[in-house]
Design a binder for this molecule. Structure first.
Ligand code: FMN
Length: 389
């Protein structure tokens, strides 16, 4: 067993073990990937204030997200095709999250279905909704999430159409992979993945296949999105979806103060400041750079979470110190899952927790609620240089 001390270690093992098509799917941003890169590099621009001679005994990272107790304010983000990164990937990630005491979010575009994950876990998880043109199907999805006891509906607002990711088109991304000479050659080098996948509960989109009729190609994410996702989703429809759900709602994919105000006005329980991990609007600013302006606009009115670019406990601390109540992680847990299955997700959470806890201590703080801008050194032009004109 290699010694894993950081998220990059997991990524290196992940790259070796998982078919190229799925590694590329996770490790891509849209078009030039500028936003994808800056999501992480912008965290590095913020520095931390070292404080000393503060009693560090009895520290805790425990907190709450949308009123739920969490061991640390970090939720697993919805990630499509997680069950292609590792056999029964959604079930394994959900179990790791449950054991660790953090929320797991199941994507609409998952391989394991809502029911599979509910059956394999004890605690409620969150369900992420993509809205489809077929309102009956959308209503059935919402009902299935209710029946499964999901404790929050995460409505994703930044993917009515798919941002282009060059590698997915070139690789012919599909679930399961189509057997072309190129994929077969690559799969032969990933025999462990293949053997585990043979025993998987599912290898197709579990929330779709068997629940919708007349789809031309349910294995292709690109084709399904183009045909089925609802391009007319607007705030009125969001309000109707919230009403249909009737429980806690998190609106994900907010990157603008005006949109954040709309989300607060609708009465959502939280927003996720996110640019979908740089996979949608290339050229958008990083989430961490947008966070201060959004906090200024709605910080008193709604709970604010952040994702996109988090690879360390230090990144988490910076987000919390800029007043986010919690964060979501996407790739950071996918690397662990692809590398080592459930144990890898647990390892990713342990790594992040240790980094958060130690960094908090070295900043002279004992709890996540004590973190604030006083812990940070922020470049003067961090937000301002980009103000609209
Ligand atoms: C491979 C992959 C698939 C994703 N699929 C979904 C999805 O199905 N639904 C969704 O709302 N967001 C999806 N996202 C976005 C994540 O929920 C999250 O916003 C993003 O991963 C955060 O950035 P990070 O990966 O840098 O942590 C996906 C992200 C990745 C990397």
């Amino acid at each position: 067993m290699p010694v894993i001390t950081n998220i990059d270690d997991l990524k290196r093992i992940y790259e070796r073990r998982v078919p190229r098509m799925f590694f590329d799917y996770a490790e891509s941003g849209s078009w030039s990937e500028q936003t994808f890169r800056e999501n992480s590099s912008d965290f590095d621009l913020i520095r931390l204030r070292q404080r000393v001679a503060v009693d560090m005994a009895g520290r805790s990272t425990a907190s709450q997200m949308i009123g739920q107790d969490v061991a640390m304010p970090v939720a697993l983000a919805p990630v499509g095709l997680t069950g292609m990164q590792h056999a029964d990937g959604e079930i394994k990630a959900a179990r790791a999250a449950e054991e660790f005491g953090v929320p797991f979010t199941l994507s609409t575009m998952s391989i394991n279905s809502i029911e599979d994950v509910a059956e394999a876990t004890q605690k409620p998880f969150w369900f992420q909704l993509y809205t489809m043109k077929d309102m009956d199907y959308t209503a059935r999805l919402i009902q299935r999430a209710k029946d499964a006891g999901c404790s929050a509906l995460v409505i994703t607002l930044d993917l009515q159409i798919l941002g282009q990711r060059h590698k997915d088109l070139k690789n012919g991304l599909s679930a399961p992979p189509k057997l072309t000479p190129k994929t077969v050659a690559n799969l032969m080098t990933k025999w462990r993945w293949g053997i585990e996948m043979l025993g998987a509960k599912r290898r197709e989109f579990g929330n779709i296949v068997g629940h919708v009729e007349g789809i031309s190609d349910a294995s292709s994410l690109g084709a399904w999105t183009a045909e089925q996702f609802d391009p007319s989703l607007d705030w009125g429809k969001v309000a109707r979806l919230m009403e249909m759900w009737g429980g806690k709602v998190i609106l994900k994919g907010i990157l603008d103060a005006e949109d954040a105000k709309m989300a607060a006005k609708l009465g959502a329980d939280a927003i996720v400041v996110s640019n979908h991990g740089g996979r949608q609007l290339d050229g958008a600013l990083s989430s961490i750079r947008m966070l201060p302006a959004i906090m200024d606009a709605v910080g008193n009115d709604i709970e604010v979470h952040l994702d996109s670019g988090i690879r360390s406990g230090q990144d988490i601390l910076k987000s919390l110190a800029l007043s986010a109540s919690g964060v979501m992680i996407g790739r950071a847990f996918v690397y662990g899952l692809g590398a080592m299955g459930q144990a890898g997700v647990t390892r990713a959470l342990e790594v992040l927790h240790k980094e958060l806890d130690t960094t908090m201590a070295l900043c002279g703080e004992k709890g996540v609620a004590d973190l604030g801008r006083h812990n940070l050194l922020i470049p003067e032009d961090f937000g301002g240089r980009w103000q609209e004109h």
